[in-house]
Ligand binder design. Structure first.
Ligand code: SF4
Length: 257
């Protein structure tokens, strides 16, 4: 189950009886996140819910969006979470909101983001913990832009089914990702739509053809590219992605860990 962590606390025992593990999508900004109206209260509520899940012996995995608000303090975020000794896994998601928010370009220091992330990744690698950052994960190799064509599916609490969790952002499912429908409690797959999604390949993207990182980055996120946020490829971001991929491969090759 994927949640923003703001579920009513009294529902946690029930949810824990249904799910072995939950993923909490948490931007981790207790002081200054303009997306939330009352940050401190929300931060404390999510933290409280995490502990309630853990007390019910449910594994908690954290998905943290690396954004314009928190990219400078990735160390603090990851260390604080792992220092609890109870968080099962942490995944960092580099969202395109890093680049574009409120229709303005955000002045992100990509070289600082790269340094903060790769130092952190190396540190945890010694403990045999991988902290993946989307589009730089060297363990996932494919020519497909993302996981939506696997086929994959997500269900929202109001029974919307989509192959893309991000498409729930706007509380609707773009028909593009609408590859399943529910009929008499049976999931029916629309094979034609899956084939259309699977036909997409990073090899068709002219701007990605010469990029050695294309098998890992795979032209970013289909939802972002097709429907929502992006205009053009950002060369600074691409440069950072390629350098992180190269750093990871060299580190593993050199130290064999
Ligand atoms: S050119 Fe940029 S978007 Fe395309 S695969 Fe390379 S890093 Fe990714």
């Amino acid at each position: 189950m994927l949640t923003n962590g703001l579920i009513p606390s009294d529902k946690i025992p029930l949810l824990s009886s249904l799910f072995d593990w939950v993923q909490i999508s948490w931007d981790w900004n207790k002081d200054n996140n303009p997306r939330f109206w009352n940050n401190k209260q929300i931060w404390e509520k999510i933290w409280e819910n995490i502990w309630l899940f853990i007390n019910e012996w449910t594994k908690v995995n954290i998905l943290t969006v690396v954004s314009e608000e928190n990219y400078k303090n990735l160390w603090e975020i990851i260390d604080s979470l792992y220092n609890t000794y109870w968080i099962w896994d942490i995944v960092l998601s580099l969202k395109d909101s890093v680049w574009k928010a409120d229709n303005e370009l955000i002045n992100i220091d990509y070289s600082l983001l790269r340094k903060n992330y790769i130092d952190l990744w190396k540190k945890y690698r010694w403990y045999d913990i991988d902290i993946p950052l989307t589009w730089t994960d060297i363990h996932s190799i494919s020519n497909h832009p993302c996981w939506v064509s696997v086929p994959n599916f997500s269900i929202s609490p109001n029974w919307i089914i989509s192959s893309c969790t991000l498409s729930f952002n706007n509380n609707d499912t773009p028909s593009y990702f609408d590859i399943w429908r529910l009929e008499n409690w049976t999931f029916i797959l629309n094979e034609l739509k899956v084939k259309n999604l699977q036909a997409l390949s990073v090899l068709w993207m002219e701007q990605c053809n010469d990029c050695f990182g294309k098998w890992h980055c795979r032209w970013w996120c289909m939802y972002a590219n097709k429907l929502e946020w992006l205009w053009d490829i950002n060369p600074q971001r691409c440069d950072m992605i390629r350098k992180i991929i190269a750093d990871k491969i060299l580190f593993i090759a050199w130290f064999k860990i």
